[in-house]
Design a protein around this ligand. Structure first.
Ligand code: SF4
Ligand code: SF4
Length: 80
């Protein structure tokens, strides 16, 4: 869990295809039916698999992980 993960999302170029929403296997992304756009609701649970970025045909998504907050990486000297 990492509260500091961030996402850059370009809603202007999003075509509402839902591929990002369908690709997130841990439900970080919810679907806003009114706007026809994804909502990145639970970024603290994002595991940086980048599926949502990769599947987006319009390159609207950039996931910005905060590796310093990851418990796993805290055991490595270079991430302290
Ligand atoms: S990077 Fe992976 S876990 Fe994170 S929001 Fe995208 S699909 Fe979900
Ligand atoms: S995959 Fe890209 S274009 Fe499709 S809904 Fe998600 S952000 Fe929008």
């Amino acid at each position: 869990m990492n509260m500091n993960n961030q996402v850059k999302f370009n809603a202007d170029t999003c075509i509402g295809c839902k591929l990002c929403y369908k690709s997130c296997f841990i439900d970080v992304i919810r679907w806003n039916e009114n706007e026809k756009k994804p909502e990145f609701k639970y970024l603290e649970d994002c595991v940086h698999c980048n599926y949502c970025e990769i599947v987006c045909p319009k390159h609207c998504i950039e996931i910005i992980p905060d590796f310093k907050g990851e418990l796993f990486h805290q055991s490595f000297e270079q991430y302290k």
